[in-house]
Design a protein around this ligand. Structure first.
Ligand code: PLP
Length: 403
């Protein structure tokens, strides 16, 4: 009998399953709105010009080598990433009470945070609360790290808007001192973000109840095209005096999906605890990846540290978010013009890479099987997969299944 015969089958990952199905479909009308990656108007992956320029510089550097990096990662990246998230004039950075460690993109940052919190959370039996719905990997990461995971209300499924009352109620009724996973911007999968006023209410309740915020920031610059606006919630919480953790990813905003470039930031009340916190984060990182990956970090650091490349990068983020916004409006307008039953304003109003369309599982299945249109079972589409060549087909297909 195999040593492994008692290993149970893991449940399939919805997104990965979807990409396998989509890849196997060779129909010319196929549209893949599943994968959360930016595509240009020809449906092709886009390498940002600043990334090409940074790669050229690295390739031409005669001193470039492939040595290990230090355990915390590349300082030019971690410093630049701190400023990007907290602002270049951030008092918390100035006071030396932020520690940043380089991670394996946003997923690695979530995992390091999850393991760190499992070992040091207070109270020790605090649960981790994730939004309903959330990025599929949140539950898996926090459960794998050994936490009890609970959900807080987030989406009003009837109106496809934020259920702010339900969210605040759940935060109020949770025992004191729980860990709340918050999407900093461009909520995945709904595309529904709290307004600035609603973030203030959330901060009020979290402060009253002594909850610990863990911000997952995978889309800074993607939501509004403005990195400062997209960091509003994180900076608000820091200004309010919260201690917190932030997972930051450069996958989407720099298009470094496969390079696995990200950071985990810990904001502490004072610099006194930084030696303890940094030593534990370094230990966890050493135990899991030993040292972070270099190539993507060097690309991202080059962009973050060079004023001209940085400005050009800001423009590229605006271009990406604007194209997505244009596609949102176009899809809404086309559905309205077709007289498709229902209201479609939410498609325009939602933000970031995704739209929660409100299509049912049955409609999603029909779109997949009869129209070669791929989206996740919950009706989420990656708006970045829409373009001027497929938008009419997508609108007509949705119209056909909704009638
Ligand atoms: N967090 C959220 C909410 C996401 O949507 C994603 C990616 O889809 C990630 C984290 C992690 O992405 P990555 O590990 O590619 O940086």
């Amino acid at each position: 009998m195999s040593y492994f015969s008692t290993v149970p089958q893991a449940p399939p990952d919805g997104i990965l399953k979807l990409s396998v199905l989509s890849r196997a479909d060779s129909d010319p009308s196929k549209v893949d709105l599943g994968v959360g990656a930016y595509r240009d108007d020809n449906g092709k992956p886009w390498v940002l010009p600043v990334v090409r320029e940074a790669e050229r510089r690295l390739n031409e550097d005669p001193n470039y080598n492939h040595e290990y990096m230090g355990v915390g990662g590349l300082p030019a990246l971690t410093d630049g990433a701190q400023q990007l998230i907290f602002g270049s004039n951030s008092p918390a950075i100035g006071q030396g009470r932020v520690y940043t460690i380089q991670t394996i993109s946003g997923t690695g940052a979530n995992m390091v945070a999850a393991v760190f919190l499992k070992q040091f959370k207070r109270p020790a039996d605090a649960a981790v609360y994730i939004s309903k719905p959330t990025w599929g990997n949140h539950r898996s990461i926090f459960e794998t790290a050994g936490h009890e995971v609970r959900e807080y209300k987030y989406c009003n499924y009837k109106t496809l808007t934020l259920d702010i009352d339900g969210m605040l109620d759940d935060m109020r009724s949770a025992p004191e001192g729980q860990i709340f996973v918050l999407h900093a911007c461009a909520h995945n999968p709904t595309g529904i973000d709290p307004t600035e006023e609603q973030w203030q209410q959330i901060a009020d309740v979290m402060s009253e109840r002594g909850h610990f915020p863990f911000f997952d920031c995978a889309y800074q610059g993607f939501a509004t095209g403005d990195v400062d606006r997209d960091a509003y919630a994180i900076r608000l919480f820091v200004d309010r005096g919260f201690e917190l953790l932030v997972a930051e990813s450069f996958a989407k905003n720099m298009g470094l999906y496969g390079e696995r470039t990200g950071c985990l930031h810990a904001v502490c009340q004072s610099s006194d605890v930084i030696p303890q916190v940094s030593s534990q984060l370094n230990r966890l990182s050493r135990a899991t990846i030993s040292t972070a990956s270099a190539y993507g970090a060097k690309i991202a650091a080059t962009v973050l540290q060079d004023p001209r490349l940085y400005e050009e990068w800001l423009q590229s983020m605006q271009d990406m978010s604007q194209r997505i916004k244009t596609m949102r409006d176009a899809l809404r307008d086309k559905l309205v013009a077709l007289g498709t039953p229902g209201s479609w304003d939410h498609v325009s109003q939602q933000i970031g890479m995704f739209s929660f369309t409100g299509l049912s599982k049955l409609q999603v299945d029909t779109l997949r099987n009869q129209y070669h249109l791929y989206m996740t079972d919950d009706g989420r589409i990656s708006v970045a997969g829409l373009n001027s060549h497929n938008i009419d087909y997508v609108a007509q297909s949705i119209d056909a299944v909704v009638r």
